[in-house]
Design a protein around this ligand. Sequence first.
Ligand SMILES: [Cu+2]
Length: 159
Amino acid sequence: MIKSDHLEEITLKIFVWRRSSVILVFMMMVAIISVSVWFYFNNESLSAFKQDKTVREIHLVTGEFKGVTEDRTEIESYRWDPGTIFVEKDEKITLRIMGVSGKKHPFIIEGTDYKGIVTQGEETALNIEFNQEGVYRLICLAHPDMNNHGPMVGYIIVD
Ligand SMILES: [Cu+2]
């Protein structure tokens, strides 16, 4: 009898221990999941906020200079305005170029893969980022020099 009672007590203890450990494990899992979910959403909102804050917008327009020489020859030159912009190294920039003068301006940023087309009456947006300091030229391929209604060349100073 004594032996059997003792065994019962042990069985009960194991049962109690097991039950409480199951509850403990369950509560820990709930806690871990809650914390993970909180971090997941919190991090996402933080990074979204950070991104919005670090992308700087720079606005340009396409302009046009016109003149008449003494022999009454009309001359003109398309321009990016402003003609020089300053950005930080590794800074995230959105260039927004509004087409005011000239029908189409296909362009490249020399030394990079960045390119696009600015069309009259429309805005062209381009996300750019430079990992090396230097002076980068924004060149309109239709008006690159004075013989082609240019030079339509802008300068991006990365410092
Ligand atoms: Cu052009």
